[in-house]
Structures are given as structure tokens and as C-alpha cells.
Ligand binder design. Structure first.
Ligand SMILES: [Zn+2]
Length: 113
């Protein structure tokens, strides 16, 4: 499953962080999740609990911030809101809209103690 490797790379980032700062447990992990990505927040939550068990992130709370989709139309150059990654430009109907936001999965916040 795609989500499993995502959570595994999140845990790896947290482990890296622990090499630089001393902490005993992770309270919160905040991620930014693009609305146009292929990851469902619920699936991510489910995997998070299973994958973090026994790791440094065991028991951490997962905070998901959804980033809305946005793109730039290559025909009219407008920045437009996108609701799916294959949407056409809502202003001019052109199909070539480059995604500028909403495609990310990023570790945004790490609360430790
Ligand atoms: Zn357009």
C-alpha cells in the first residue's frame, strides 16, 4: 500500500530529527496533504497507527492539514482552483492546467518532548 511507505518515510524523518535533538517521544506529527494527491486522510491515519507502533513515533497524534488544489492555466495564465488533477481551466476551458499546489505530502510540524 502506498500509504505505508509514506508513513515509513515520515518515521525515517523523525528518526533523523532525533539524531540532532534529544527527545524521548513524539507528541504530534503534522503533515500537509494535498487534495489532489492519491492519499486519503483516513487511509493515512489508519496506516499511521499501524506503522508507527514500536517506533519513536509510537503514540503520536497525527494532524493532517489539507492543501486545496491549485493550478496555472497555460492558455490564459490564470491561477485557478482545481478539484481534481485532470480538471480543465474553469476560466477558459483549456485542458493544460499545471498543478501548482495540492499535490504535496510534507512533514510540516513535529512536537516532541
Ligand atoms: Zn485558462
Amino acid at each position: 500500500m502506498h500509504e505505508v511507505s509514506l508513513v515509513e518515510s515520515m518515521v525515517a524523518l523523525v528518526e533523523d530529527e532525533r539524531r540532532r535533538h534529544v527527545f524521548s517521544r513524539v507528541r504530534t506529527i503534522g503533515v500537509q496533504l494535498g487534495a489532489l494527491g492519491h492519499v486519503e486522510p483516513e487511509a493515512l491515519r489508519f496506516c499511521f497507527d499501524a506503522v508507527t507502533r514500536g517506533t519513536i513515533a509510537d503514540g503520536a497524534q497525527l494532524r493532517i492539514e489539507t492543501i486545496p488544489g491549485q493550478g496555472r492555466c497555460s492558455a490564459c495564465q490564470r491561477i485557478v482552483a482545481l478539484h481534481d488533477r485532470f480538471a480543465t481551466c474553469p476560466a477558459c476551458g483549456h485542458a493544460d492546467v499545471r498543478i501548482t499546489a495540492g499535490d504535496e505530502l510534507r512533514l510540516a510540524e513535529l512536537e516532541v518532548e
